[in-house]
Design a protein around this ligand. Structure first.
Ligand code: SAM
Length: 177
């Protein structure tokens, strides 16, 4: 409870106006887990309320149960898309998790390229599985350009991106920072 209050204070203007019952929270967290694999623990209750209540109020629902019913009966799938866009945490920036990029530069790239050269293979593909708005894949692409230098064109190099949130992947596709 104390943590909930701290989080509400931190989140400020999104102080929950519509409360969520335990049953409603369970329904939503199960829906989110089953569809997106995002596991919201009970500590994330306030966070979920804060992230969803604006949508709930704008769409004219009075309870989270009504909101849930709307999502599961929406055959267009848009309700689920809006849900994951609100629920996913898209924090990213260039060089976030620097040790990972250091590892990529110092260990992964040298070892992988050595192995590929031995095999006579020039296909090097990196997958940024939760790319958010694209800073991570662009960092990886920059690193590959720097690593290969003038030889870059000799490699069939690329970064595959994906994200469960279409809102962020649209920004990643624009690639404007
Ligand atoms: C915290 S961000 C991190 C972004 C980037 N990888 C970085 O490290 O800067 C996590 C991203 O993973 C995405 N995500 C979460 N679960 C996913 C899944 N099952 N499949 C694809 N993307 C997912 C979220 O939408 C979010 O944009």
């Amino acid at each position: 409870m104390e943590n909930d209050l701290k989080l509400m204070k931190k989140l400020g203007p999104c102080f929950p106006m519509v409360d969520i019952t335990e049953k409603e929270f369970d329904l939503l967290r199960t829906l989110i887990y089953q569809n997106f694999g995002i596991n919201l623990t009970y500590q994330k209750r306030v966070l979920l309320v804060c992230r969803l209540q604006k949508d709930l109020i704008c769409k004219g629902f009075k309870t989270f149960h009504e909101y849930y019913d709307h999502i599961i009966s929406d055959r267009s799938g848009q309700g689920l898309i809006d849900l994951v866009n609100r629920v996913s945490t898209n924090m990213t920036y260039f060089n976030r998790e620097k040790p990972h990029f250091d590892f990529f530069w110092e260990t992964a790239l040298p070892e992988i390229t050595k192995r590929l050269k031995e095999e006579g293979n020039n296909d090097i593909r990196i997958w940024s599985a939760g790319c958010s708005t694209g800073e991570e894949p662009f960092m990886l692409a920059i690193q590959m350009h720097e690593f290969f230098g003038r030889d870059y064109a000799k490699w069939d190099a690329g970064v595959l991106v994906s994200d469960i949130s279409n809102k962020t992947s649209e920004i990643a596709q624009r690639g404007v920072y």
